[in-house]
Design a protein. Structure first.
Lengths: 160, 677
């Protein structure tokens, strides 16, 4: 390693460079995932049901040669199911070597948000959604909830 | 004890296959040397050794046709060796045909068929080659005797003509010839210095021409009465070689000085295996793939046991026991199982180079038959992939290369008119992506795909993007029409390429082409796959796949012969009699939780499965639809790891179809019954 790389940058980065987020809707609420978690977005034409999987798992889909489990966010968030429409999207995320797709009612927007814009979730929301929401941000008159991808896909399942 | 001959056969095929790969590479090296006007004594001797091994192996398992061909080829090489290490173009062609014949024989054996006898044409070709091994070769005369450097007689008389030629070439190429004298003694062996270790130490530094054993009067320094003289062509000084070999400087001396050459010469270092010490490649073990698969199978058993253990711990915890220590152990255990699985899968991996190294010969043949000048560039051969994947991907690569040369690359005249270099370039690049996929890129600098023509042939509109163009190219009808009319356009066998890549290996195929500039095909395939002979079946409106070996019998259900027992645990007990045995019948759809238990069994079938020596279980299904080889992709994400499902496959419709584990499912039902009791 070169010497300069060992020396910390003189002025510590304030680290509020805007981070790209993917926005999507579930019911009427707007959710966001940081773009470094999101691999791709695809239209959704149904998944192959996997008997015995948790209820919120819609099944598996094939994506470019890979088999990926699909989580139905409506079921995950305790909402009544809804048949897929032309708007329905799968948001494919990857974290800690796991690739999981999330079904959202629609997804079509990408925004930049700075760290300063992200606020801790209100207490009640936090409890009501079992920690799925990591932060909230106000974008004009819209409230955006930033999801904790690891919680959504059940990181605690990893060692089972 | 009974010896299974088939087991020998698998080992035979594996070994011969490996030697054939080396032979192909060697023949290619000979051709390169011919073109450069060099003799190729080392390559010829290596080829002789390989063919000799194949001959011996084939004789051992009694495959006479291959013994015969290998013997004739060996004879040609010996003649060429005696003629100064030159294998002319005609003889080279005969050798290539001979290699093809051995390959054909090996393929036949692999398919349980007898190896075909050598054709009369091949025999005539090989005989002609033996009679005039160096004909048609416009080699500059071998370095004349007048220029030939003098070697001390004790050594010179032991060298063959081709070895002398090799030395002369090395000297002319600016290297000097060193003689290292080594007398093995017990004391040296104790220090780890033997003829084998010495060879290994100095081999990277030069070209070992020969190891000559010389008998001496037994003395204190040579108690065995034996001294090895190692002849090394090298650029390194005697001091460096002595240092590297760990021998006294006085034992290394120059016997021929280098003679600088006016032009630069490519220096090829080929690993040498002299006949004095038959050195094994260290640490390489050849294993039948079946044994590795068997190991994986055993591991699956272990994983099933682990999940039972996890459930038992869960029950203890629910019962109020302190299970913290147990749970900590379980987490360690899970990690160890994952590591073990990864380690076993790594055993099956081979370098992609073993596939790519066979491509230059393909290009050579294509160049000859089309009269086009093609240069093949291989890049990035370091990635590893599963042996099965490697074997299956090869035909797809050959198809793509053939397309590139036949259709993509223009004739030399056309290239000249377009202002392109006369030699076309086909580049094959491979790289591994995210530890799951390997990417192979085949790029040519030809004329590109003619969209309008492809559209016309397919009777469709001209595709606007590459994705749609690829769809058209992969239409099965297109290939046959193209094969008849070979004027232009791409498409020969593209449907086959897609079948191999997408359906056969669960990968992706992409195309990028620019008119006048060339075409790129991109293949991405998983690094590992499991291929299983399977039944496809319909049940509860869904399609499923079940591996054939699991199924003991497919039974046509007769509703009149199905007996009902008492209801227990919410389930209606049903069974039927089969050859004096009572077989419980379970509705598969119900067992999978896909719906209510069916009551009508008219026209339905059942799959009978049996775990080890336990009682059989029959799963009622709608119908078996067919039988086919399927690529099973394991479901690894914890969200979808469930009892009764072992993986997913693509039956060709682009959708995921579940591969069922009926044994796991019957075990789960057994547990449910116990829990209910």
């Amino acid at each position: 390693m070169s010497e300069s790389a060992m020396v910390p940058a003189p002025a510590a980065q304030p680290n509020d460079a805007p981070v790209l987020h993917v926005l999507f809707k579930v019911d009427d609420a707007i959710y966001a995932l940081p773009s470094d978690v999101v691999l791709q977005m695809e239209s959704f034409t149904g998944a192959t049901f996997v008997p015995g999987a948790p209820r919120f798992v819609a099944g598996i889909i094939q994506l470019r040669g890979r088999v990926v489990p699909v989580i139905d966010l409506r079921t995950r968030f305790g909402l009544p199911p809804r048949a897929p429409t032309l708007e329905t999207r799968v948001v494919v995320g990857e974290q800690h070597d796991r690739t999981v797709a999330l079904v959202a009612d629609s997804a079509r927007e990408v925004v930049r948000m700075t760290r300063a814009q992200l606020k801790p979730p209100p207490r009640l929301l936090d409890e009501g959604a079992t920690g799925f929401v990591k932060a909230v941000a106000q974008l004009g008159d819209r409230t955006v909830m930033v999801l904790d991808f690891a919680k959504i896909i059940g990181e605690e399942l990893m060692d089972v | 004890m009974q010896v299974d001959l088939r087991e020998f056969r698998a080992a035979y095929l594996a070994e011969v296959d490996e030697h054939l790969g080396a032979i192909n590479a060697g023949l290619l090296a000979v051709e390169v040397a011919n073109r450069a006007g060099r003799a190729s004594p080392r390559e010829l001797r290596e080829l002789m050794r390989l063919l000799h091994t194949i001959k011996g192996l084939s004789a051992m398992v009694g495959i006479e046709p291959i013994v015969g061909i290998a013997h004739r080829m060996e004879t040609v090489l010996r003649a060429a060796d005696e003629a100064g290490g030159v294998l002319g173009d005609h003889a080279l062609e005969a050798m290539i045909q001979g290699t093809r014949a051995i390959e054909a024989g090996v393929r036949a054996i692999a398919h349980d068929e007898p190896a075909p006898e050598a054709s009369a044409a091949l025999i005539a070709q090989l005989d002609a080659a033996e009679a005039a091994p160096a004909s048609e070769q416009s080699l500059p005369p071998p370095i004349g005797d007048a220029q030939r450097p003098e070697i001390e007689p004790e050594i010179a008389e032991k060298l063959t003509a081709s070895e002398r030629e090799e030395v002369a070439q090395g000297i002319a190429a600016g290297r000097h010839l060193l003689r290292i004298d080594f007398a093995p003694t017990p004391a040296k062996a104790e220090r780890g210095l033997t003829i084998t270790t010495l060879r290994e130490r100095i081999l990277p530094l030069g070209e070992l021409v020969r190891v000559i054993p010389l008998s001496r009067a037994a003395t204190e320094s040579a108690p065995g009465g034996l001294v090895f003289a190692l002849l090394l062509l090298t650029e390194a000084s005697a001091e460096i070689i002595a240092e590297a070999g760990g021998v006294p400087g006085s034992d290394v001396r120059e016997i021929l000085a280098a003679r600088p050459l006016p032009r630069a010469v490519e220096v090829n270092r080929v690993e040498d295996l002299p006949e004095v010490v038959e050195a094994q490649r260290p640490g390489v073990l050849r294993v039948d793939v079946g044994r590795i698969d068997d190991t994986i199978e055993k591991l699956s058993g272990l994983i099933v046991t682990r999940s039972r253990l996890a459930r038992a711990v869960g029950r203890l915890r629910e019962g109020g026991a302190d299970t913290r220590e147990l749970e900590a152990i379980m987490i360690d255990n899970a990690r160890q199982l994952r590591d073990l699985r990864a380690a076993i899968l790594r055993v099956r991996m081979i370098p992609i180079a073993t596939v790519l190294d066979r491509l230059p010969l393909v290009i050579r043949g294509l160049g000859r038959s089309t009269g086009k000048h093609v240069r093949l560039v291989l890049d990035g051969a370091g990635a590893e992939l599963d042996k099965t994947v490697a074997e299956r991907i090869f035909p797809a690569l050959v198809h793509l290369l053939r397309n590139a040369v036949d259709h993509g690359i223009e004739s030399p005249e056309e290239r000249a008119r377009a202002g392109k270099p006369e030699h076309a370039t086909v580049t094959v690049t491979s790289s591994s992506r995210n530890n799951r996929q390997i990417e192979i890129r085949i790029e040519d600098d030809g004329r590109g795909v003619d969209r309008a023509r492809v559209a016309e042939k397919a009777g469709r509109d001209v595709p606007t993007d590459n994705h749609d163009l690829l769809e058209l190219l992969c239409r099965p009808g297109l290939s046959t029409r193209d094969a008849v009319n070979t004027t232009s356009g791409r498409g020969v066998g593209m449907d086959i390429v897609r079948k191999i890549v997408v359906e056969g290996l669960g990968g992706e195929l992409a195309l990028d082409t620019t008119a006048g500039r060339g075409t790129i095909f991109l293949i991405r395939v998983p690094l590992t796959i499991a291929i299983v002979d399977s039944f496809t079946l319909r049940c509860a409106g869904e399609r499923f796949v079940v591996p054939v070996p699991v199924v003991e019998e497919i039974v046509e259900l007769d509703p009149e012969k199905i007996m009902r027992g008492p209801r227990a645990g919410g389930r209606q007990a049903r069974f039927f009699e089969r050859r004096g045995e009572t077989v419980p019948l379970v509705d598969l759809g119900y067992a999978l939780g896909l719906g209510a238990e069916s009551d009508g069994f008219t026209g339905k079938q059942a799959l009978v499965v049996r775990r080890g020596h336990e009682d059989p279980v029959a799963f009622a299904i709608d119908r078996v639809l067919g039988q086919q080889e399927t690529v099973v992709r394991p479901l690894v994400d914890p969200l979808v790891v469930v009892a009764g499902v072992s993986g997913s496959t693509d039956l060709g419709d682009g959708r995921a179809t579940l591969v069922l584990d009926l044994l796991g499912l019957s075990a789960k039902l057994g547990r449910m019954r116990k829990d209910a009791a």
